[in-house]
Design a protein around this ligand. Structure first.
Ligand code: SF4
Ligand code: SF4
Length: 132
């Protein structure tokens, strides 16, 4: 996915490549073809290429707007009482391993309720974390 796009007015003059202060633009001439290259990691989004382009070929808005890429998708844990999203399963597993306790999936409100019950009825097992 690229956020740097040019329209069909681009004639490959390379003014943008030569004037990019971050060396984020480059070109590859191969056989009978010239390809314009852009490196998002290097790009400072300064707009110099857009200003300098004699053909108004650079669609800079896409570079400014950007978009969100999915990086990773993980399973969620919800409050067992009300369904509120709490954290990810992997996070819960890591914490449980680290602390060696079984954590009940409860939102702050229900944690408080359980704590109140545990205080009122000691020994009922209403706490929010059980030692293994
Ligand atoms: S300056 Fe404009 S016309 Fe020239 S190569 Fe870059 S985008 Fe294309
Ligand atoms: S926005 Fe700036 S850093 Fe990015 S490609 Fe254009 S001139 Fe280079």
């Amino acid at each position: 996915m690229t956020y740097f796009t040019v329209n069909d007015k681009c004639n490959g003059c390379l003014a943008c490549v030569e004037n990019c202060p971050a060396c984020a633009l480059s070109c590859r001439d191969e056989g009978a073809r010239r390809t314009l290259l852009h490196n998002m990691t290097l790009c400072a989004r300064c707009g110099q290429c857009w200003r300098i382009c004699p053909r108004q070929a650079i669609e800079f808005e896409t570079l400014l707007r950007g978009a969100w890429d999915d990086v990773i998708t993980l399973d969620l844990v919800h409050c067992s009482e009300c369904g509120e999203v709490l954290y990810t399963m992997d996070f819960a597993r890591n914490v449980q391993e680290k602390l060696n306790v079984q954590i009940r999936p409860l939102c702050p409100r229900h944690q408080e309720e359980y704590s109140r019950l545990a205080a009122a009825y000691p020994g009922s097992g209403s706490g929010t974390a059980d030692s293994r």
